[in-house]
Design a protein around this ligand. Sequence first.
Ligand SMILES: [Cu+2]
Length: 604
Amino acid sequence: MTDTATVRADAASAGPPHPLDPATPAEYLSGRQIMAEAGLLSESVRFAYYGLDEPARGEVLAWDAAQASRPGAPGAPDRRLRAFLIDVSSGESTDVLVSLTRGEVVRRRVLDPRTDGQLPIITEDFAVAEQIVRADPQWRAAMARRGLTDVTKIRTCPLTAGSFGDEEGRRMVRVLAFVQADPHDYAWSHPVDGVAAYLDLIERRVFKVVDEFELPVPAESGDYDDSAVRGPLRTGLRPIEISQPEGPSFTLDGTSLRWQNWSMRQAYFDSGEYLVGKWVNSLELGCDCLGEITYLDATIPDDFGRPGVVRNAICIHEEDHGILWKHTDIFNGSAQSRRQRRLVVSFFTTVGNYDYGFYWYFYLDGTIECEVKMTGTLFTAAHPGGDYPYSAQVAPGLGAPVHQHLFCARLDMSVDGLANAVEEVDFSGAPVGPDNPHGNAIIQTVTRLGTESEAVRRADASRGRTWRVISTERENRFGQQTAYTLHPEAAPVLLADPSSSISARAGFATNHVWVTRYDPAQRYPAGDFVNQHPGGAGLPAFIAGDRDINGTDIVLWHTFGPAHFPRLEEWPVMPVARCGFMLRPTGFFDRNPTLDVPPPSSHC
Ligand SMILES: [Cu+2]
């Protein structure tokens, strides 16, 4: 194999489908048929979301155990798809659950948008918004006042509306404008500030135009494809080639991925106002990924619930990761080192102006790392010049607001079985006393989090705070409970005022850690329906019962991500910024689990 070789994963596994396998095109079509027969799919109905409804963890474990003892045994959990249906003529929004196994609709709930929020933005909303806004007389007048009379040269950006009390149950977006003088122009360079069109997506009309102030449209081009903007391409970068002459060290059977002492399955789901997985990129070998790459395609349904395939959506490969361990012994003269290596499972998605890469790393020493790569372009507005605390000037008259990227990982933990508990671990200096006469001793303080309300926690970098998920049933050779530790980055939690709408709507983001009792219905940290939700859903609601989390089946939720004051160097396209967290074994193994890793070559 060479560095340009690509291996396509064989989607068909030898065994029966696993309950966590992604839905296939045939399953999407079959689910669609069931909904059509139940009268749910009129001509004006669109799919705002359509995906696998993951079976409860207990059902999956039971099925795994049954297959291990008797391969091919029956008893797979009910195979279900979940669909969010929006009738674009009436606005009726429905949450539907379909059983493929039983061939029927098993649940159908019509949402009340005032309390439940709205379904995610659908693909056609982008084109519909531009068409309607461009035709609106009041908005055209606002543009004309700024000298912008050719509306075909104005691009519109439909932003989810949030919840500020002016929505009255409408399904709506707030539309901002950017000038794109010609098809290759970079619209983000030219925001038309001070004007927002409020668009009702069901009535298909602009019901309000806010025209607050007038600032010049920034003129400088940000088109980084234009040699006049970027200058001549630099030289001197000689090729880097990565080759694995014997192929990668992992195997993929269907969605069952095995590498070293790891085994895992891939299931994906989607979330948010615009969705994330829906906008997954098709990756290109040699451009997005280098080396010995295995790709998985993704099946993504469109607005009509018809399955489409995104080629090369998920990238799986191995990476050298520098030194694993190394020591030169001053007494016995032994000098040895080992290379670290990691299995990488990743995808990239484009959500509006930003491009996000989600990377999961699995290391030889049992470490799991999640890394989010943030790139793409800054969301821009006009900048008034001078010292202005709310945004950074990145080009003349062009500002990029100070903002936060806050992600929440739902970590469905099972450390050595289902009976787990979480401990908060802080470092501190021990007080001076008979045990510590010189005041130089350092100790760890361990606090068990007993209930959901006790487990709403913030990181504390000054104490090196981590959280340890322990098995309450299994012990290591010293009788300590086996554990995995969450290492946070301790960036700020949500900085918006506690009285703000966003604070209520993104309650999950007001703390770094939450722990809940496992509940298959509690999957999304801001609740199931984020778009225009008035607030209070998700984690704050999940913990309202203050359940016992000590020695039971738990879920650990971790909020992470940076506060971002844009740099000049991030315009017009942003070099990748990274954030994430690590999970490291802590007394999970009885000693360094990588002593058996061979030296990288015979002369080492
Ligand atoms: Cu940012």
